[in-house]
Design a protein around this ligand. Structure first.
Ligand code: NAI
Length: 257
């Protein structure tokens, strides 16, 4: 039987590339996104046997339930959830409007919880899997991305805990920590970290790691050799050295100005 994957944030960037990859490899893909026109167009492109448009907002539980039912039917089952929908606002913490901080928490953190809650019974029926898209900014609090990186640490914590909790239901959980990826999310923004590290990843590379995470046994997945090397070199460093490195990467001064 054709396996089913529900991908949030499927209209753009990493979610779109992941939808294309799973569809090309024979899965039936639920394209979940608040961009209704975007998922309709992608569903048309992938064809009715490969994809179904599931317009929804991950901050609205009822719309997630409707979207899951569009893919799986009532009391259906789900083989894989890719929790990928997200938003980004870049800049110094105090200069960012409160509404932007709230949206980051609402979509990236609460949206992930709402989607996991809604998908749980379907995943349990299939003894399926979850791949949560966190970020490299979940490794150390990232200046200019303070609230964003905190939401990604939330996603990481959620993944680590559910990996253990949901084992008893036969549901496997994994998460990804990609660094900057060339998608519309980062197209409009600049930061010291983006200038220093550059944008080295394409959405297709991340989709390929999501595929491997969905079929593998590991909990945490990094993307690209550059970042894996950087992590291997910096992970053993003491906290003070990591802080100095993050200050340099972000370009923030070490003294009062
Ligand atoms: P993107 O902006 O290209 O796509 C995000 C998608 O999420 C959009 O289609 C948008 O409509 C959808 N979305 C936003 N809010 C939603 C909501 N409330 N309900 C339903 N859908 C919603 O972004 P990209 O880069 O593909 O990001 C995907 C994920 O990867 C995000 O979680 C992001 O934080 C993460 N990520 C991105 C990186 C990058 O450099 N682009 C690096 C590391 C992680």
């Amino acid at each position: 039987m054709q396996q089913k994957v529900f991908i949030t944030g499927a209209a753009s960037g990493i979610g779109r590339a992941t939808a294309e990859l799973f569809a090309a490899r024979g899965w039936r893909v639920g394209l979940a996104d608040r961009d209704e026109a975007g998922v309709a167009a992608l569903a048309g492109q992938l064809g009715a046997s490969a994809a179904v448009a599931c317009p929804c907002d991950v901050t609205e539980p009822e719309s997630i339930a409707r979207a899951l039912a569009a893919l799986c039917g009532p009391d259906g089952s789900l083989d894989l959830l890719v929790n990928n929908a997200g938003v980004l606002h870049i800049g110094p913490f105090e200069e960012m409007p409160a509404a932007a901080h709230r949206q980051l928490i609402d979509v990236n953190a609460r949206g992930a919880v709402e989607t996991l809650l809604a998908a749980f019974p379907l995943l349990a029926r299939a003894r399926g899997g979850v791949v949560n898209v966190a970020s490299a900014s979940a490794a150390y609090g990232s200046p200019d991305y303070a609230t964003y990186s905190a939401t990604k640490m939330f996603v990481r914590g959620l993944s680590e805990a559910l990996d253990i909790e949901w084992r008893r239901h036969g549901i496997r959980v994994a998460y990804l920590m990609p660094a900057f990826v060339r998608t519309p999310m980062i197209a409009g923004g600049r930061s010291g970290a983006m200038d220093r590290l550059g944008v080295q990843l394409e959405p297709g590379q991340v989709a390929e790691v999501i595929w491997r995470a969905a079929h593998g046994r590991r909990l945490c997945w990094h993307v690209g050799w550059r970042y894996r090397l950087l992590r291997a070199l910096t992970e053993p460093l003491p906290g003070g050295a990591k802080r100095t490195m993050m200050r340099w990467v972000s370009g923030y001064p070490g003294k009062v100005q």
